[in-house]
Ligand binder design. Structure first.
Ligand SMILES: NC(=O)c1ccc[n+]([C@@H]2O[C@H](COP(=O)([O-])OP(=O)(O)OC[C@H]3O[C@@H](n4cnc5c(N)ncnc54)[C@H](OP(=O)(O)O)[C@@H]3O)[C@@H](O)[C@H]2O)c1
Length: 326
């Protein structure tokens, strides 16, 4: 069938997007055809668009790793879904379009009470907060954590979730408005790292003790300062690079800052199996249904405006989650 997609022929700046008709085949074995209802925007989409992450298929590149959809056609050997089911997914790329085919085992059925908007705004980001706080490092009551970019898509969800667990939650943000929003979303202490030295502030807040874990998606600009915020034997979790990749990391830096632990995690390893994906999604939906997480959708644009949305995201002009309307 013919559908519309916002795609990129050559990796490049946000102006590289081109809104075009594309042809998609019939769904193959184990696949269903989806009609998107709402598309989530994530920083990872900018990495594929710019070429920072190599696109694993022949161009054109179709970014997009999060969406809600209606199942409109079943391929052969699909027995866990029906036409008309409402589903949500998170996966590496391909969501910036109106229709697509997808393996049915990567789809999660949406609970009736969960809206398309909310689910598309929190599937990738919420599952990321889930694995960071429960998997990579198991945050417990009494822990103190530092989460950079606290008013971002992942940051707003992680602040609420860590607060719900019972941790003391410190966040960094890049403006006064973002600070106010982070405070409303679980952060006990907020540091504007464009104006304040965040290492000094963390040491003041923790009375010199340092934090148990730092979640750092900013990358280049916050390295190696994040290491200086940690307790001895603390955990440094560099999980993104919004300001650019870290260039000068050496293993000996971990020893120099107190025998620290680290990993460079990716959501897609934590939800690689169908069982892990379904279990993590169930826990995310329970947090939403229990009223422990509110999802802030601060930007919503038509799919054809993906270039503008990427520009806003890369220039630190967004707060919370961003959606594209197919
Ligand atoms: N590894 C994983 O599994 C995984 C999964 C999801 C997301 N991530 C990573 O987590 C990060 C957050 O993703 P998101 O989609 O929720 O994005 P986001 O946090 O909504 O947006 C990025 C934020 O990073 C901050 N930032 C600091 N320096 C920046 C710079 N030089 N350029 C741009 N932004 C800068 C900005 O907030 P301030 O203005 O407040 O500084 C900006 O709003 C991204 O790095 C993403 O790659 C990783």
């Amino acid at each position: 069938m013919i559908t519309n997609a916002n795609l990129v022929h050559q990796p490049g700046p946000p102006s590289s997007f081109s809104y075009e008709e594309i042809e998609i085949p019939e769904p193959g074995p184990g696949e269903v055809q989806l009609k998107h209802r709402m598309i989530g925007v994530n920083f990872i989409d900018t990495y594929f668009r710019s070429g920072l992450y190599p696109y694993p298929l022949e161009p054109p590149i179709i970014p997009g790793a999060e969406a809600t959809a209606e199942v409109v056609q079943l391929g052969p050997e699909v027995n866990d879904l029906n036409v008309g089911d409402r589903v949500v997914y998170t996966g590496g790329f391909g969501a910036y379009c109106q229709h697509r085919n997808m393996k049915s085992d990567r789809l999660v059925k949406l609970p009736e009470e969960l809206s398309d908007e909310k689910a598309a705004a929190c599937m990738l980001k919420g599952l990321t907060a889930h694995y960071l706080l429960h998997g990579t490092f198991q945050v417990k009551p009494g822990h103190t954590i530092l989460f950079h970019a606290g008013a971002g898509g992942v940051g707003l969800i992680a602040g609420q979730w860590a607060n719900h667990i019972g941790a003391t939650v410190i966040g960094t943000v890049g403006s006064k408005e973002k600070a106010a929003l982070a405070r409303e979303n679980g952060y006990h202490h907020v540091i504007n790292y464009r104006e304040e030295n965040f290492v000094e502030r963390v040491m003041e807040i923790t009375e010199g003790a340092g934090v148990d874990v730092v979640y750092d998606s900013v990358g280049q600009d916050t390295y190696p300062y994040s290491l200086k915020c940690l307790k001895r034997l603390g955990m440094w979790v560099p999980f993104g690079q919004s300001s650019g990749p870290i260039k000068n990391f050496e293993l000996k830096d971990l020893a120099a800052h107190g025998s620290l632990f680290t990993t460079r995690p990716s959501l897609f390893d934590y939800v690689a199996t169908k069982a892990a994906l379904q279990q993590a999604s169930k826990e995310l939906f329970e947090m939403l249904e229990g009223g422990h997480l509110k999802i802030t959708i601060n930007q919503k644009y038509p799919l054809k405006d993906a270039g503008l949305v990427h520009e806003l995201l890369e220039n630190r002009k967004t707060k919370g989650s961003t959606l594209l309307v197919p």
